[in-house]
Design a protein around this ligand. Structure first.
Ligand SMILES: Nc1ncnc2c1ncn2[C@@H]1O[C@H](COP(=O)(O)OP(=O)(O)OP(=O)(O)O)[C@@H](O)[C@H]1O
Ligand SMILES: [Mg+2]
Length: 257
């Protein structure tokens, strides 16, 4: 059936969500706009929308093959993805494998410290409040999710980590941490939103070069090149053990830090 975009449902910082002529089906349109620190810092990362759309699609397919329910239906174009409409749960679920960002600040541990057993963190999806961290009791108090839903979200987040971490490692990428959004559709929960260098910290396995939005946040330069490099390793190259490594060391123009 032919799909057409209808009413704009929501315009966020990175994407626009449209209703379609099919009930319960939306289009996510990926923009090049970039923000950080709760939109205090704004900019453009040329080509980001295309990369985030294509990369998210590729990873949603990997997860679906492993029986993780995702909202992804199909890719419509370079910047558009067709998805099930979800009632998004106002919790950002973070999984961490290596200490970075706010966890380094909060604990005093050095960025790059490995975490033996992956950590799951919950944040309140509220721009007005600056996305504060929550625990299970706060989630219950705010009625953001039932205890059963929360348990499923945490379990599924760790399952997603156990699928994506080796998948990315085979492409020369360290999955440092990432953010997930889940939502309800009928009586079931699904993974929604996106999985991209905007929502994951990805480091080159060998050099530990940052290949994600931290380049933008921290003014490290080579932002577009980093997104392109991740895209090349994940989407445009035939897979092979370590295929990412060799090429990137030969041709990378991303400044090392
Ligand atoms: N399948 C879906 N159905 C409905 N909404 C979705 C779905 N997947 C993602 N969303 C929501 O669509 C919006 C995507 O836009 P974007 O990522 O630009 O938002 P944002 O600027 O990060 O703001 P927000 O704080 O609302 O996430 C988000 O609010 C996200 O929660
Ligand atoms: Mg978002």
């Amino acid at each position: 059936m032919h799909v057409e975009a209808r009413e704009k449902l929501y315009e966020g910082k990175a994407k626009i969500v449209y209703e379609t002529n099919q009930p319960g089906v939306i289009i996510q349109y990926f923009k090049d706009d970039a923000t950080a620190f709760n939109a205090l810092k704004k900019g453009t990362i040329v080509g980001k929308g295309v990369i985030n759309n294509r990369m998210s699609a590729a990873l949603f397919e990997v997860l679906q093959r492993a029986r993780v329910p995702t909202h992804f239906l199909r890719t419509l174009s370079d910047r558009e993805m067709l998805c099930h409409r979800l009632d998004i749960i106002k919790i950002e679920t973070i999984v961490r494998n290596i200490v970075a960002g706010s966890l380094a600040k909060r604990t005093g541990l050095e960025e790059g410290t490995p975490i033996k057993q992956p950590i799951v963190e919950l944040y309140y999806k509220s721009d007005a409040l600056g996305d504060p961290m929550l625990n299970d009791d706060h989630v219950r108090m705010l009625r953001l999710a039932t205890p059963g839903e929360l348990a499923w979200m945490k379990r599924t987040a760790l399952k997603i980590n156990s699928i994506l971490r080796p998948h990315l490692a085979r492409r020369g990428l360290l999955l440092v941490d990432f953010k997930l959004e889940f939502g309800r559709r009928g009586r079931k929960l699904y993974l929604g939103d996106e999985i991209s260098p905007d929502t994951c910290r990805l480091w080159d396995s060998r050099s530990k070069e940052r290949l994600d939005k931290d380049r933008f946040r921290r003014d490290l330069g080579g932002v577009e090149e980093a997104y392109q490099e991740v895209f090349r390793r994940l989407v445009t190259e035939p897979h092979g053990p370590d295929s990412g490594h060799r090429r990137s060391n030969a041709g990378s123009r991303i400044p090392l830090q």
